[in-house]
Design a protein around this ligand. Structure first.
Ligand code: ZN
Length: 280
């Protein structure tokens, strides 16, 4: 057998294996038994109710609940059950803030509208994206509120401040809010769309511009990610459980927030070079 033929077989094997690994990963991601995480409190007013690989966060106000992201398919049960396990009532969810219109974040939104009467909020661009989808991957939510850059939402004494930070999708929604640690306030931020799984020079430039806008923000102390791995959420949670009186809160970490943005920018700038080359 020629060396080239052998090489070809080896390449095929690698491709087949990686294909299997990919589909296996996808199955594991969608399997609620493997994805179930016991819900936990992180701040006085913020709880994790997400899955292993994709996050959902519950923000508690004096006038009801706000849910960040809706999970999808059977994973949405994790959020609904988690809210109940924590002693809250999903009927008290006033708003579902959808960070962006990819299925893993928006997939369960329709259920929160139908079953619990929540108002779903997304950017105009990502509402359009959801409506343009064929509806085969998740039930489409009914268009409720569109959020624009610089707008705010008040619920009781809780205030959310929104930014539209496109790139990952055309209308990524990012949110700034205050969390409390034994009554002591900290500024938290959720960057709603991380990841370079898109193509095009313009989109990449938009992503870079978004990251640079976040780098200009002053005073962010807590990174609330929409995938747990972006900020070692489970590791920090373990540290939180072992925290003693007087220890700092492991999620209050402004240095890691800025370091993370620096990394995101570097990755995106490398992608921009590739995209520009590809466009020539
Ligand atoms: Zn996404």
């Amino acid at each position: 057998m020629s060396a080239r033929r052998l090489q070809g077989i080896a390449l095929c094997l690698i491709l087949t294996l990686s294909g299997n690994v990919l589909s296996q990963e996808r199955n594991e991601r969608d399997d609620p038994a493997l994805q179930r995480v016991a819900p936990f409190q992180v701040f006085d007013n913020l709880y994790y109710v997400g899955a292993e690989w994709v996050a959902a966060w519950l923000l508690v106000s004096d006038q009801g609940l706000i849910l960040f992201d809706a999970l999808y398919g059977d994973l949405t049960d994790i959020a609904v059950d988690g809210i109940r396990e924590l002693g809250f009532d999903p009927d008290e969810i006033r708003y579902v803030i959808v960070s962006h219109a990819h299925g893993d974040h928006v997939g369960g939104a329709r259920r929160f509208q139908q079953e619990f009467g929540a108002v779903v909020m997304m950017t105009e661009a990502d509402w359009n994206m959801t409506e343009a989808s064929d509806g085969s991957r998740y039930p489409k939510p009914v268009r409720h509120l569109s959020v624009s850059d610089g707008s705010t939402l008040n619920l009781g004494r809780t205030r959310l401040r929104f930014m539209v930070t496109p790139g990952h999708t055309p209308g990524v929604l990012s949110t700034r809010f205050t969390v409390y640690d034994n009554g002591y306030p900290h500024e938290a931020f959720m960057f709603g769309g991380v990841g370079l799984n898109f193509t095009g020079v313009e989109r990449t430039e938009a992503y870079i511009n978004s990251v640079q806008r976040l780098q200009q923000l002053q005073g962010i102390e807590v990174n609330v990610p929409n995938h747990a791995s972006f900020n070692d959420v489970f590791m920090r949670q373990e540290m939180l459980q072992e925290r003693r009186d007087g220890d700092p809160h492991p999620f209050v970490d402004p240095e890691s927030w800025t370091a993370w943005l620096d990394l995101l920018l570097l990755d995106a700038q490398a992608k921009l070079e590739d995209e520009r080359e590809a466009a020539q």
